[in-house]
Ligand binder design. Structure first.
Ligand code: BGO
Length: 265
């Protein structure tokens, strides 16, 4: 039995894709302790694959119920693969969640949805370059038109390959490495995620880890040095590092035919 979890921004087409993949084979309940609906189903073509829908969210911060459910589920390791539904017409904004999913290190396939709308807008995304830059499979689909869903399910059920974490500013990377070095009790595969959260001063995560006073002091000192170096708060440093990474991806992968026409006329 394989479990594939669908993650995406609200309005990315997650529900449409879930219905297209599972048809009538759906189980509906609630997430434990909250009134947020929990939907799961099995693939039409392969009942051995369960598709777990997760609440639509822009981020994996622990502020809203939807964010908390999604983040806890991803970190639980229950899903064999995460399918990140990305609205191709809003790539820059949607990639912010993609990077956070990648920070968890969970096996990932990007389903680049709304490719029909993108084409109508006269825009293009180079999927090969995007997959190369992210180092994860990227499948262009249209959930409403059922376009390339077979390619998507093939990618979902293929052996998941490990990928490198998105690499941020070298000064951020060295701070994260110093924090990760303190997290000897955390499984290696999760150290990156926890290092970022501790750098961001995520109280919920600090409480979970029961760090020693010495570890906390070392982490606080690393964060303070970075804040001084960047003259910015730790959470802004991480937000900016993600957006810098996304800006590089956009420059590499997006061909905007309309702006190209304008620039040569
Ligand atoms: C409405 N292509 C196109 N063209 N539209 C898509 C695609 C796609 O690949 N995928 C989804 N949509 P959700 P979340 C709507 O509902 O699945 C559309 O939040 C409308 N509704 O049909 O709900 C989809 O689960 C009236 O559009 O997203 C839906 O992630 C007019 O994107 C919307 C036009 O999809 C959001 C569209 C009353």
């Amino acid at each position: 039995m394989t479990i594939a979890a669908l993650v995406g921004n609200p309005n990315s087409g997650k529900t449409t894709l879930f219905n297209a993949l599972t048809g009538a084979r759906q189980m509906i309940g609630n997430w434990p302790g909250v009134t947020v609906a929990r939907k799961a189903g099995t693939l039409r073509q392969n009942p051995a694959v369960t598709v777990q829908d997760l609440p639509g969210t822009y981020s994996l911060s622990p502020y809203s119920t939807e964010e908390r459910i999604t983040r806890d589920y991803l970190l639980s390791g229950e899903a064999d693969v995460v399918v990140n539904v990305v609205d191709a017409t809003n790539l820059e904004r949607n990639l912010y969640l993609t990077l956070q999913v990648m920070e968890t290190g969970r096996p990932l396939v990007v389903a680049l949805n709304m490719m029909d709308v993108l084409a109508k807008q006269g825009r293009e995304i180079n999927l090969t370059k995007l997959a190369y830059a992210l180092r994860v499979p990227v499948i262009g689909i249209s959930a409403t038109q059922h376009l390339h869903l077979a390619d998507l399910t093939a990618a979902m059920t293929a052996d998941a390959a490990a990928y490198p974490y998105p690499e941020y500013d070298p000064r951020v990377e060295s701070a994260l490495a110093m924090i990760a070095a303190q997290l000897t009790d955390v499984p290696v595969s999760q150290r990156r995620w926890y290092a970022i959260k501790l750098f961001e001063h995520d109280e919920a995560v600090s409480a979970q880890l029961a760090l020693t006073a010495a570890q906390t002091a070392e982490i606080d000192a690393t964060r303070a040095t970075a804040e001084q170096l960047f003259a910015d708060s730790a959470d802004s440093i991480i937000v900016n590092a993600r957006y810098d990474f996304i800006a590089r991806l956009m420059a590499m992968c997006v061909v905007d035919e309309l702006s190209f026409t304008a620039s040569i006329s």
